[in-house]
Design a protein around this ligand. Structure first.
Ligand code: HEC
Length: 264
């Protein structure tokens, strides 16, 4: 029960966070406009701007707290988003004190408040940006633009070309074969441990001509296929007995079909 409640509180982060971002930016724009458009009067925070700031402050505090709860749930990863979120919270609290001072009659803190407000807006904007990259993936926002001007190359096609296979085969590897390798093989044939100098965690490694575990177009002559098709009690079967479930027939077929497709 309590875990579910904590999970729910953490997830409200994704709803609440939009309020401070919007409010603080609008508050900063409104106050900047007043300061520079109304030049002849001593600047003091406006009622509308102050209201937005106070709600943004509330939203920031709730976002920081729920964000920490959410982050705690997903393992204590210290990333740029988390740091900027906490910095934003601290900046907003400081801004609040400066706001209190600036609201006093004859106060000279108006400009200081404006500076703090803009710094908070920048910090919250940056935190939001890196948060968006966490949920949507890096470069999510600008990807369509980059594709439009041809800056974003089709990485899979480039990899396929460099390795001399078709793009379709490279795609089948990524979508169908790699998940099988990740489940059953990469623990021992990956970045952490490369048993027998074999890695199976990328297309380039699987096709590495120096180890020849895969003979392109010929599954029957591929050591990799031989090893996954052995009887379950054979000492040479991969994954080794006791170190993971043998591949299912469907998985073996996926690997076979993929290797056969490489010859085309
Ligand atoms: C628990 C660790 C472990 C796992 C999991 C594992 N392997 Fe291995 N693999 C080894 C070891 C150790 C060797 C070297 C000894 C041998 O050849 O049997 C090896 C050797 C091989 C070889 C022989 C290469 C050669 O020609 O000498 C191939 C091919 C291979 N593994 C493929 C796989 C595949 C495919 C998977 C997943 C389906 C897998 N392995 C999972 C430990 C592992």
């Amino acid at each position: 029960m309590i875990e579910h409640l904590i999970e729910f509180i953490g997830r409200t982060h994704l709803v609440v966070l939009h309020f401070p971002i919007a409010l603080i930016v609008v508050a900063a724009v409104v106050e900047l406009w007043r300061k520079f458009a109304i030049k002849d009067r001593a600047y003091a925070p406006s009622a509308a701007g102050s209201l937005m700031f106070l709600f943004a402050l509330l939203g920031t505090v709730v976002s920081v707290v729920t964000g920490l709860v959410l982050g705690f749930d997903g393992g204590q990863r210290v990333d740029l988003h988390r740091i900027l979120g906490i910095v934003s919270g601290a900046l907003m609290v400081v801004t609040w004190f400066v706001w209190i001072s600036a609201m006093r009659p004859e106060s000279k803190s108006g400009t200081a408040y404006l500076v703090m407000l803009c710094m908070s807006a920048l910090s919250i904007g940056a935190a939001g940006h890196f948060g968006g990259e966490l949920t949507h993936g890096e470069g999510f926002l600008t990807k369509p633009l980059k594709e439009m001007v041809g800056m974003e190359e089709d990485q899979l096609a480039l990899d396929a070309e460099a390795l001399g296979v078709s793009r379709a085969s490279a795609e089948v590897f990524e979508l169908k074969v790699l998940p099988i390798m990740n489940r059953a093989c990469v623990e021992c044939h990956g970045p952490d441990e490369a048993e027998d100098d074999i890695r199976l965690d990328t297309l380039a490694y699987v096709l590495d001509r120096r180890v020849q575990t895969v003979r392109r177009g010929d599954p029957d002559d591929s050591e990799l296929v031989y090893r996954i098709e052995l009887p379950h009690d054979d000492p040479d079967i991969m994954p080794p007995e006791g170190d993971g479930e043998p591949l299912t027939q469907a998985e073996i077929d996926v690997v076979r079909d993929w290797i056969a497709s490489l010859g085309e």
